[in-house]
Write a protein that binds this ligand. Structure first.
Ligand code: DGL
Length: 263
């Protein structure tokens, strides 16, 4: 069983990829909907939240975990890897590697939450692979709210206006590759692509899911379709209907409430 978590719905973009890659695997997902967003919080708070969630997920006997959140991956991965005796994957390294491999101009953009951009983990990941690549990072704090609130239509004027506001400074920087460094962003990738035509988008969710599946792929797959259990820290209703949009034709089932502060 693999545990996956995020501040809310965004990590479902990684779960969806994982289910496609490991269809026989069992998953337990936690969305911290009672405390979203993480991207405006301090690293210490995000570490505390992430540790509570990992304690909760560990109760299911998970064999591996995916921190399906750019902010929690940036802030909490070293702590989680130290404290939990299972492989803990994040969304940084695989996306950094994919971007370093993809760029021809050797100029890469990174977009994420304010905390992700402040902590600079994607930039360090790219530079550790190729110090000559120049990285421009931009925080897009409204994007998480737009996704959580369902402004996800490719032609939504509010989302397109926000994308223009945040991303127009990236035009003219020479970037040919952009990391979606927040797992919510793949859901509005059409608006992002329209704003930056010709720039290759790297989904940190997809890259991380591929890396986890590659390292872990044989494990517990048992032939039949695996199960997905979902837990949230606020009311499950909105999560179930909105979450199904993220999962496409993969059934998400019922989410259950958990009081995560007890963990
Ligand atoms: N999906 C989270 C991330 O990847 C969103 C952070 C937030 O809650 O602000 O960073």
């Amino acid at each position: 069983m693999i545990g996956v978590f995020d501040s809310g719905l965004g990590g479902l973009t990684a779960l969806c990829e994982l289910v496609k890659l490991l269809p026989g695997e069992d998953f337990v997902y936690f969305g911290d909907t009672g405390r979203v967003p993480y991207g405006s919080k301090s690293a210490d708070t995000v570490i505390r939240y992430s540790t509570e969630i990992m304690r909760f997920l560990s109760g299911f006997g998970i064999d591996a975990a995916l921190v399906a959140c750019g902010t929690a991956s940036s802030a909490a991965l070293p702590t989680l890897r130290r404290e939990f005796p299972i492989p803990v994957f994040g969304v940084i390294d695989a996306a950094a590697a994919a971007a370093a491999a993809a760029t021809v101009t050797r100029r890469v953009g990174v977009i994420g939450t304010a905390t992700t951009v402040r902590l600079g983990a994607f930039e360090r990941g790219i530079k550790s692979l190729d110090p000559g690549i120049s990285v421009t990072s931009v925080a897009c704090p409204l994007f998480v709210h737009l996704v959580e609130d369902g402004f996800t239509d490719p032609d939504d004027p509010v989302t397109l206006a926000a994308a223009e506001r945040y991303l127009s400074p990236l035009r003219g920087t020479g970037i040919d590759t952009l990391i979606l460094g927040c797992t919510h962003y793949p859901i509005i990738s059409s608006a992002i692509a329209k704003t930056l035509p010709g720039v290759r988008l790297i989904s940190s969710s997809k890259a991380a899911a591929e890396k986890l599946a590659e390292s872990y792929g044989t494990g517990t797959a048992h032939g039949a379709r695996g199960t997905i259990r979902c837990f949230v820290s606020d009311t499950p209703e909105g999560f179930e209907s909105a979450g199904q949009i993220f999962m496409g034709d993969i059934p998400l089932g019922h989410a259950e409430f958990v009081d995560i502060s007890k963990y």
